[in-house]
Design a protein around this ligand. Structure first.
Ligand code: HPA
Length: 245
């Protein structure tokens, strides 16, 4: 089964991937964020897609998630490991820590969030009780633990609309709702993968304390410097996970 990595902020390219070809794919939902990059990683074929496009030009609410996922499906991808930068809501989540979430609360709006929404298409209600593929989550978690990497093996991902960061009161509400991490790109990507029958799990990289959690304002410069370290860790984990899939 072909594996895809969708990279987010801080992981615009995947070092360690020996690139064999790039493919520009068009879908009935439009163009994906960029070409699909095929290559070898840890002895396996892997496809990489940069969610925010070349030069980080596509903000979270304008990513064509449907085209990205359809392009993956057309390319024969069977499973996706998504990499997402997040703010940490709960106090025990340190910057540059990795979280493998097991739940989602979706606060996004006005995004093209389903393949079953057209007036002509079939109506289909898809089960999403457990939004991430548990077997894939387990492989990532076990690989990390067996290699002495410190990760948080569960979490509830709050998906926000962006591109602004949240207010302190919004983060308080999300915490009351049960969310532990917050980011702008986790949805609708996860449900679209489910609708297409693709395995999907996320490695969330904590780049900052969420709004109102550190006393400071949120600084993009700080996020970017933390992300560099977090992404190095993520890349190392992916290289270990790939041969075990
Ligand atoms: N909020 C939303 N998205 C994010 C954050 C945050 O604090 N940090 C990184 N992505």
């Amino acid at each position: 089964m072909l594996t895809a990595i969708i990279g987010g902020s801080g992981l615009e390219r995947l070092e360690g991937l020996t690139i064999t070809r790039r493919e520009i794919v068009r879908t009935e939902y439009g163009e994906p964020s960029g070409p699909l990059t095929f290559g070898q990683m840890s002895g396996r074929e892997v496809v990489f897609l940069n969610r925010h496009g070349p030069g980080h030009t596509i903000p979270p609410h304008r990513v064509n998630y449907r085209a990205n996922l359809k392009a993956m499906k057309h390319a024969g991808v069977g499973r996706i490991i998504a990499i997402n930068a997040v703010g940490g809501i709960t106090a025990d989540l340190e910057a540059i820590g990795l979280v493998i979430p097991d739940q989602i609360i979706d606060y996004t709006y006005s995004r093209m969030h389903t393949f079953y929404g057209s007036e002509h298409g079939p109506v289909k209600h898809v089960d999403f009780t457990y939004p991430y593929t548990e077997s894939l989550r387990r492989k990532i978690i076990n690989t990390a633990l067996q290699n002495g990497m410190n990760i948080t093996a569960s979490g509830t991902y709050a998906a926000t609309q962006g591109p602004r960061f949240e207010t302190a009161a919004e983060i308080d509400r999300m915490e009351r709702d049960g969310a532990t991490i917050v980011g702008m790109t986790g949805m609708p990507e996860a449900i679209l993968a489910r609708e297409l029958g693709l395995d999907y799990a996320m490695i969330a990289v904590v780049s900052n304390a969420a709004a109102g959690r550190s006393g400071d304002e949120i600084s993009v410069e700080e996020i970017m410097s933390k992300l560099q370290m977090g992404m190095d860790k993520t890349r190392a984990l992916i290289e270990l996970v790939i041969p075990r899939l």
